[in-house]
Design a protein around this ligand. Sequence first.
Ligand code: GCU
Length: 629
Amino acid sequence: MDINRRTILTGGVAAAAVAPAAAQAQAQTPHGAPTKPLTLVNVAARDVLSLDGDWRYSIDPYRDGAAGFHGEQAGYGHRRYDTFNVEATMRANPNALIEYDMELSPTANLPSSWLTHEPTLRRYVGLMWYKRTFTLSGAAGKRAFVHVGAANYATTVFVNGTQIGAHEGGFTPFAFEIPAALVREGENQITLGVDSEATWDTVPPRVTDWENYGGITRGVHIVLTPQTFIDDAWIRLTREGRVAATVRLNGARARNAEVRVRIAALGLTLHGRTDGDGVWTGEAAAPRNLERWSPDRPQLYAVRVETAGDTLRERVGFRTIETRGDQILLNGEPIFLRGICIHEEELGAEPSRIITPENARALLTLAKEGLGCNFVRLAHYPHSEITTRLADELGLLVWSEIPVYWRINWENPRTLETARAMLAENIRRDRNRAAIALWSIGNETPLGEARLRFLAQLAADVRALDDTRLVTAALLTERRTQDGKPLMVLNDPLAEHLDVLGVNTYNGWYSNDALADVPGIAWRSDYGKPMIFSEFGADAKSGFHDAEGTHKFSEEFQAEYYRRTLEMAAKVPFLRGMSPWILKDFRSPRRQHPVYQQGWNRKGLVSPTGGRKQAFAVLAEHYRARAAN
Ligand code: GCU
């Protein structure tokens, strides 16, 4: 894949900075009563019943449980989400024909992608049904919601045989209210239909460079709330150095309701009343004793948000991130981002993309303590909230992104709405994380007018949702020759809409450059904005050695590639960070060399089980030197 190729662009675009329509789209309960888009921020701190554990599952490649053979509603005997007992029904009624039985189907321990709970399903692309029961007690007088941390890719949720909502997007949380008429004190049934199929209209599209882990990959919870509750609370330090809070209530008494935000350690209380939409924003000068968050001192504060009948706890760091010319400033001081890219796969020979606190800590500690990073690019989709909260605790700045990746259908309005909703879900879930510094809206997308319009809208959405962070994307560059030497020119028109210009560069791997010539490659940007190398890397099969270091896929070649690329990087005056590709080898169906790849992308600095390749020490030494300056 030659990522330096580009086409000539014509025309300009403007984008209205409005909150994404899809994110405002009224999620319909089965009875048509509109419900507000839900965030249920910091769901783990709420009154929750975890549905982790055994679920029954039933494969449905022809989506028989979703539609009949003429496309009408699925017929009796095919609806996996029905609630009657199949065996008893067939014994009682000899005419009954039912061609599934969730009670007698195999069980899987969730959360888990299906290739994890059933390895023969690695290449299965399609619909999978999951069902379990749960017992509710103490729900009287409360509201009940189903909250899904993530399910890849499109999910339909049924409770007690009735659909309560549907969601598209494999990496962001979603929640639907269980209408009061459906909630039972005692045993309830929940069924999720999860369809992993990516098309040319989905986000990401059909072709990516990573394994498609289909299934329920993050926890499912039943959440009980008061009739009126705190749905979203965003607490932050503004660039003007003020502590600000925005709180959104949901429920009949959301309007004109009193709200308080207390930060006891700072002796600070903000309070006020919500408006007609149930929203309140307040701010105050930052107390003098406020200690700002930074990678070196990741100071977090306990925050309590209160309103009549509901209290929500959060832990928040306060810092500012901005640009000044071609510098990135953290708390007003220039910073160089010493980063590494990470896919969401745990260390181990058979990764399953199930991120536990231990798995996340192993990856982030390898970056922070092993390489000396102060920054990680969580590629190419929103990672688990476990990971972003841990980055807050450990002190790692984060590039967070949605999978607007390669060949998106820029012309399809529905694709745009999916991307906008995904972006809003990601930002609303994580904008209390001080670690997150950058929201990325795309990766290596081919130039064109429709693409520019699409991405300009996403950049505007970021600014509408969060005016305290930076907007970025991984851009393509144009290769020229100047005075007989290669010159990389950054002139992607999307740069006008960004604060920080990410560039993926693979000279010496995907190009014909001899490694010895890479340091001589010059860079030019006409934007006066900070650039970061959001990717560079080379494959190496751990343990494969080549004394001359000229054989691609050898550890020696990868180490020399890093030395030469780092030499080139040191000469770029507007380079303000880097996140080489990638911390760990990861699964990718596109990588099928029978000796060196076997279905893995081998650009990791460590092997799947964490074995450090020679290039690991090269980058670690480089970062130690940079940190010392
Ligand atoms: C691209 C892309 C990555 C991919 C990498 C590679 O830059 O962003 O997703 O894995 O190159 O080719 O290894």
